[in-house]
Design a protein around this ligand. Structure first.
Ligand SMILES: [Zn+2]
Length: 68
């Protein structure tokens, strides 16, 4: 098992009027962080780990559960 580094991930704010480079912890990968400068939600790119086959998450699963 590869040892995780404690280095942060540097991402640039997609806001063209901000473009601030943010340093986010590596544990925020795959998550969404908010720019402290402009408040834009930035999605932290997941690590390039090949071989991971996770099922796609379904946050919105409309299930007609109408129990009277
Ligand atoms: Zn920003």
């Amino acid at each position: 098992m590869p040892k995780e580094t404690e280095s942060n991930i540097s991402i640039m704010c997609p806001n063209l009027t901000c473009r601030k480079v943010l340093m986010v912890p590596h544990n925020c990968r795959g998550k969404t962080v908010r720019c402290r400068a402009c408040g834009t939600n930035i999605r932290v790119p997941a690590p390039k780990a090949a071989g991971i086959s996770l099922p796609p998450p379904s946050p919105q699963n409309p299930r007609p559960n109408e129990a009277a």
